[in-house]
Write a protein that binds this ligand. Structure first.
Ligand code: ITT
Length: 196
């Protein structure tokens, strides 16, 4: 079964593509098919994930899987949340977003730096699928005072995982997906696809 992975984020492709392939899907990244980024006008991870999958399904005529994700920081009332990729501006780099978050939290002491990653994965059989499969996973951690590690992507270098005593960027791809928001959402999605 050929499926388009509706993301332009290479970090997400790296974490998802091989596991979707192991499940038996013939996964093609949207960039390989010339699909541009959809406009993310939703107010929830769920809405934006559906918008992205629908956009890719519409253009390619293929079933689509999309990932909308982000980091919610407790003391910032859940920001940057759905705006995580654009926190430091429309075309901000991962590094700029992460630096902005460190500045926003510079006076926040240890113990008050709790945050949670969220990931919503959706599967649309076709662009007008009225019953998309929608799965959510989250991952609790704390924002550190400085980056460490060079794995992963996005906010991983400043996301400390208390149980593991390291940052998300210090985990291998396999270690991260075993415990992450994306890994949890993916497990649920594959279960739902198996039962669908
Ligand atoms: P697509 O929309 O093309 O998939 P994007 O990067 O714009 O790519 P999102 O709108 O879902 O994706 O934004 C997610 C942002 O949240 C992402 O850019 C990261 O900064 C952050 N993020 C999500 N998952 C993460 C993870 O596992 N580790 C670190 N940061 C993550």
């Amino acid at each position: 079964q050929k499926v388009v992975l509706a993301t332009g984020n290479a970090g997400k492709v790296r974490e998802l593509a091989s596991l979707l392939a192991d499940f038996g899907l013939d996964v093609v990244a949207q960039t390989e098919l010339g699909v541009d980024s959809a406009e993310e006008t939703g107010l929830t991870f769920i809405e934006n994930a559906i918008l992205k999958a629908r956009h890719a399904a519409q253009i390619t005529g293929l079933p689509a899987i999309a990932d909308d994700s982000g980091l919610a920081v407790d003391i910032l009332g859940g920001a940057p949340g759905i705006y995580s990729a654009r926190y430091a501006g429309e075309d901000a780099s991962d590094r700029q977003n992460l630096e902005k978050l460190l500045v926003a939290l510079k006076d926040v002491p240890e113990g008050q730096r709790q945050a949670r990653f969220h990931c919503v994965l959706v599967y649309l059989r076709h662009a007008e699928d009225p019953t998309p499969l929608v799965c959510h996973g989250s991952w609790a951690g704390e924002i550190s005072f400085a980056p460490s590690g060079d794995g992963g992507f996005g906010y991983d270098p400043i996301f400390n995982v208390p149980e593991l005593g390291c940052s998300a960027a210090q985990l291998s791809k396999e270690q991260k997906i075993a415990v992450s928001h994306r890994g949890k959402a993916l497990k649920l999605l594959l279960e739902a696809m198996r039962n669908a």
